[in-house]
Write a protein that binds this ligand. Structure first.
Ligand code: CO8
Length: 377
């Protein structure tokens, strides 16, 4: 069986950054407007008054200080409070659509990082929590504009999109179907957020990541991470859900129904995640005759700082040191499938040959996807 290495990673960060304070200022202005406009119904007890959000709560509950969004204009518009399609966002035959553009930027950075050209790639996997449209596949559009060879495909797997995309890529190389795979994960999750919802308006940020996978014997790069094992597991849960999808238009008055947006039972997710994730990681390590102490770093899904720290602490049996399970939540928020890859991208250069690590996602579904990696060059 051939070995597979990660030889390059790349990032594209949308230019619009919103701090907690900016987000909360708009949200609170919306609340004041809503409460004033609905005063009679609120006073009569027909509807509850909306409550203010707070930047201090957001940072304490999630570790997030800011996020980058594909659009701020729509989100900051009190009459809209929802992302707006950027100018030309649907794309044409000549111009990539919005999501493809994000992916292309991340892909170019990853290819450069790996020292490769687009034509060296013979399979492209575009995997994301949300796709801008279903056809033509975003992956095929990216393939067309970048110039990668062979085939391209789309995948959707909530916050496990990047790891499941990588696992599909690793398997394509191991099976002999491909030599070099480009996995792109353009996340546009803010587009399914109701920015009028106090419980969830602060959680998500947008970003695109890309990862180059190569057959180890072909890889010429200077920073190579062998994928020593992959593992995936799913378990049905409705605790994180959105009814938005291709059948939305079949419902009456569907556009602004709350259940079309991201919804979660946050506390339940928090409680249920820990045993699922720790048992999963322990089992994966045991199958490879490894223990958590053998890992130099864990690049975990970036959902919430308290959840990440709980998981790392439980796995290690002690408080994690800062770089043992790095977080990037403060700057980017929860970037759906991309979180663990953003952490890997930013925090692996200091590691040396022989160091081992774990890239692991936790996602709605539920899903867990994990790759054990070892620096080989
Ligand atoms: N501003 C001020 N106060 C607020 C706000 C706000 N924006 N929102 C809520 N509050 C108040 C509430 O009203 C409540 O007040 P009171 O105590 O008086 O009733 C208090 O703050 C506490 O509210 P919550 O219980 O809702 O707040 P939490 O402390 O639970 O924090 C979180 C909310 C941060 C969302 C938290 O529940 C959480 O992170 N849960 C984990 C799930 C998660 O991270 N979801 C993120 C997206 S999904 C994802 O990335 C995948 C997750 C993993 C899936 C599992 C796979 C195995």
């Amino acid at each position: 069986m051939v070995d597979v290495v990660i030889s390059g990673t790349g990032l594209y960060v949308p230019p619009h950054k919103i701090t907690n304070e900016e987000l909360v200022e708009t949200f609170n202005a919306f609340v004041d407007k809503f409460n004033a406009e609905n005063k009679a119904d609120i006073d009569a007890g027909i509807i509850p008054a909306k409550q203010h959000s707070s930047a201090a709560f957001i940072e304490k509950a999630s570790g997030i200080k800011a996020r980058h969004l594909v659009d701020v204009e729509g989100v900051m518009d009190l009459d809209r409070m929802m992302s707006k399609m950027p100018e030309g966002g649907h794309g044409t035959d000549e111009e990539p659509c919005f999501q493809a553009k994000m992916a292309i930027e991340a892909a170019k950075a990853a290819l450069e990082n790996a020292g490769l050209q687009a034509e060296d790639i013979d399979h492209l996997v575009c995997s994301a929590a949300l796709l801008q449209r279903y056809f033509p596949a975003i992956g095929i559009e990216v393939q067309h504009h970048l110039g990668t060879k062979g085939s391209a495909m789309d995948m959707v797997m909530a916050c496990s999109s990047a790891t499941y995309g990588l696992i599909a890529g690793v398997n394509a190389i191991k099976s002999g179907a491909a030599d070099r795979v480009l996995m792109i994960n353009p996340e546009i999750f803010s587009t399914v957020i109701d920015f009028r919802n106090r419980d969830s308006h602060f959680i998500f940020g947008d970003i695109a990541v890309a990862v180059v996978l190569e057959r180890a014997d072909l890889a010429k790069g200077n920073n190579l991470w062998k994928v020593t094992n992959t593992k995936a597991e799913t378990k049905f849960s409705s605790n994180i859900r959105s009814h938005y999808g291709p059948m939305t238009r079949l419902d009456d008055n569907s556009m602004f129904r709350e259940d079309m947006f991201f919804m979660q039972e946050g506390r339940k997710v928090f409680r249920e995640l820990l045993p699922l994730v720790t048992d999963f990681i322990w089992a994966q390590l045991e199958s490879q005759h490894l223990e958590v102490k053998d890992l130099s770093r864990m690049w975990l899904h970036q959902a919430n700082i308290n959840m990440n720290m709980f998981a790392a602490k439980k796995l290690l049996g002690r408080e994690p040191e800062a770089l043992e399970a790095p977080t990037v939540l403060d700057e980017y928020g929860n970037t759906a499938g991309a979180g663990s890859i953003v952490a890997f991208h930013k925090y692996h250069d200091d590691l040396k040959v022989g160091d081992k690590g774990l890239i692991c996602s936790f996602g709605a579904g539920y899903s867990i996807g994990s790759l054990l990696v070892e620096k080989v060059k």
